[in-house]
Write a protein that binds this ligand. Structure first.
Ligand SMILES: [Zn+2]
Length: 132
């Protein structure tokens, strides 16, 4: 039984359709990631691992995180977040104060703790500007 010669173009057509679909999905994802309509979200990571993600479209109250040997309390308000208290030696994370725009972050170096805002209105000047 010989394979039908019409099978070959059909397979290739399918591959092309798949490629186009993947490309379209990728573009949609890229636009979604870079869009300005995204809700402002605080992303908390310790030692490079994301441990929490809090939407800031409304106040979410206080949360406490363990970061290495230290304990940090973060206050989430509507549209802003700040490290309320920490027992780290430098206190830079506390002194950083509130972050309110996407791209801003609060860093606690001793605890390897990073609170980074994503989405909302992009602030190109603030990227990596708030380090402590
Ligand atoms: Zn700190």
């Amino acid at each position: 039984m010989r394979p039908s010669p019409r099978l070959r173009p059909t397979v290739w057509d399918g591959l092309v359709v798949l490629c186009v679909a993947a490309l379209a999905l990728g573009l949609a994802f890229f636009q979604w990631r870079g869009g300005t309509s995204q809700a402002l979200t605080a992303v908390v990571s310790v030692d490079g691992t994301e441990i929490d993600r809090v939407s800031l479209d409304r106040a979410a109250g206080e949360k406490t995180y363990r970061a290495g040997d230290y304990t940090l309390t973060v206050e989430y308000a509507a549209g802003s977040a700040r490290v309320l208290s920490s027992n780290c030696p430098t206190q830079d994370c506390v002194h950083t104060g509130s972050v309110t725009r996407g791209g801003q972050s609060v860093v606690c170096l001793p605890g390897r703790f990073i609170l980074r805002l994503e989405g909302g209105t992009p602030d190109p000047d603030a990227v990596d500007a708030v380090l402590g």
